[in-house]
Design a protein around this ligand. Sequence first.
Ligand code: SF4
Length: 235
Amino acid sequence: MDAHKLPKEDKTLMTHELLNEAYKRLTLDSRRDPMHELISTMLSHRTNHADEEKAYYTMLERFGDWEGVMNADVDELADAVQTTRYPLQKAPQIQQTLRIIKEERGEININFLKDMPVEEAMDWLTKLPGVGLKTATLLLLFNFKKPVLPVDTHVFRVSQRVGLIGAKVTANKAHDLLLRMLPPDAVELFNFHKHLFWHGQRICTFFSPKCGECVLNSICNYYQDVREKGIDLAA
Ligand code: SF4
C-alpha cells in the first residue's frame, strides 16, 4: 500500500516519528507562571508574540498586579493592551476572568488546577470568558503537564494536509481525534504539538508549502494529490 493511504492512526504515529527525527526532542518544562500563561494566551488571540508581550508588561506596569488589573478602569485597561487585536473585547474578559478566579478561589491564583483531573480542569477553564479549547489545552499541557493537545492553526493545517484528520473536521474536533491516536503522555503530546507548529511555520506554510524538502511528503495526501495531478510545486 502507498504510504499516504495508510490508516490515519498509522500516519499519525509516523508523522510523530518523522518529526521527532527532523526536529530535536524537547523536555517539557513550564515556561511561565500559570496566571501569566493564562492571561498572555488570552492576549495572544490573533496577535503576534511581540505585541502580546508588550501588552502584558504594559498592563502589569500600569496596574501593578492582578488585583490592580481586575479593579482598573476598563477603558484604561483596553488602552494598556492596545497592541493586541480586539483590546475592547479582551479588557473586560480579562477582568471578568480575574473576578471569577478571585470569587471562587479567594485569591488570583490557578495553581489548584495541578491536582484537578484533566476533564474537570478543561471544563473549569473553558467556562472562563475568552478561554477556548486552545488556551485551556496550552495551559494544561505547558504548565501542568496534563495529557492534552493544543491545536493551533499550524498543527491544524499540517494535520489536515497530511491526512491525519478529514478535510471537514473542525479545530475543536481535531483535538479529540488527534488525541485518540497519540500516546496519552504529556511529553509526547508536547513534542507532537511543538514539532507540527514549527513544521507549519517553516515548511508547511499556508502559501507555497516547501513539499520538496518536507520529511512528510511520502505520507502526505496533499503532496500526493498535487503530484497525481501533475502540478509542479517548484514552478
Ligand atoms: S508534503 Fe507539503 S503539504 Fe505535505 S506536510 Fe509537507 S510541506 Fe505540507
